[in-house]
Design a protein around this ligand. Sequence first.
Ligand code: CO
Length: 463
Amino acid sequence: MGVKIVDTALRDGHQSLIATRMTTDEILALVDDMDKAGYHALEVWGGATFDACISFLNEDPWERLRLIKARCKNTKLQMLFRGQNILGYHHYADDVVDMFVKKSLENGIDIIRVFDALNDIRNLKCAVDSTKKYGGHCQIAVSYTTSPVHTVDYYVNLALEIEKMGADSLCIKDMAGVLLPEAAYELISRLKKSTKLPIELHSHCTGGICEMTYAKAIEAGVDIIDTALSPFSGGTSQPSTESFCYALQGTKYDPKLDIACLKRAADTLTKFKDAYLKSGRLNPKALTCNPSILKYQVPGGMLSNLMSQLKEQDAMDKYEAVLNEVPRVRKELGYPPLVTPLSQMVGTQSVMNVMTGVRYKMVPKEIKDYLHGLYGAAPAPVDPEIRKLVIGDDEVITYRPADKIEPQFEMYKEKYKDLVRSDEDVLTCALFKQKAVKFLTEKYAPKQEAKEEDEVIEFSLTL
Ligand code: CO
């Protein structure tokens, strides 16, 4: 059996290259051809697609999903789901997670890829159980990173836990694109020996080594690879789907996709891409590889964020100092993988440490929450001196953070009852608050002004 392919152009591809701005109409112009190509699945939803729909495109993400589903008769649809954070940046109550899973599957998702930034599997449990309960395929992704604790043994042990939890497949999610070819070979070989779960590899071309890494992973027996239709491949995105089809043609790994279908879809997508290049939405820099991420071990998106934070403060001369501060902060925090939201948190703390000249003089609320254990367990022990410096002798929780969050769904339903027309709308409001209110007000009563929202306290934890 050949290697299976999941195409990411309709989610990670445009998230990585054009800040997730592809419209539903553009996507629908592609899916007929993509649906006939013979993919294992199309990644179309989750990650930033939901937020981009309501915040920038004035489109209902649920409607987008239903429209894609109506066109995709042959191919499974996949989404990215951030564990207890769903698609947001902090923990939600179990009943909200459960309802989001239920509605995602009802509206057309077949495969839910669920992950936790810290690889704390307690934060996956609710999403995993719900996916199984409602009949979806549950893939658990492990956040790949490098550190003294993130060894091959660490990932093998994690994979065994994940198998026990009832996952249907396992994904190595290398969001930063730092997995080296030989390391991939060793990791995939060990995983194939240790677990029966099908294994998928997700990486990025940011450092310029992704094709080599995929080639070694394929040799080691990886079952599925994530690639993007060529116009939205390379740079900060995934490798090109068609290139892998040609490279593997005639071998035992041949994915046997219909190249004519891919070509038609790629021709259509090229037209959109050209327009995004012309408008400046697609920065040619995003299409070029940046091997220095292999030195700093940070995702490309985080590098550009740091750069813009420093530019805003007219402090680009501190760039190198901040880049050197990142690994130090990360070590002190117990080596969290640098993926949303931890990448933003570690990045901001590093900028503050350098800009104020006194380390941890200024600390964002999220870092304080992290040190209280509210994001889950750190992969390695947090530096006790730093913890004491920031939160003193405060209690650090050791239970699953969502255990103390009271059910929220009915509360949201009541709170937004004058606005919402479906449970899907309630979920949109639960996740995106003011942005959702603005969007839905426009959608249902275009002339009315959006009313001011008061912030709801999300974390009903008393510490
Ligand atoms: Co990705």
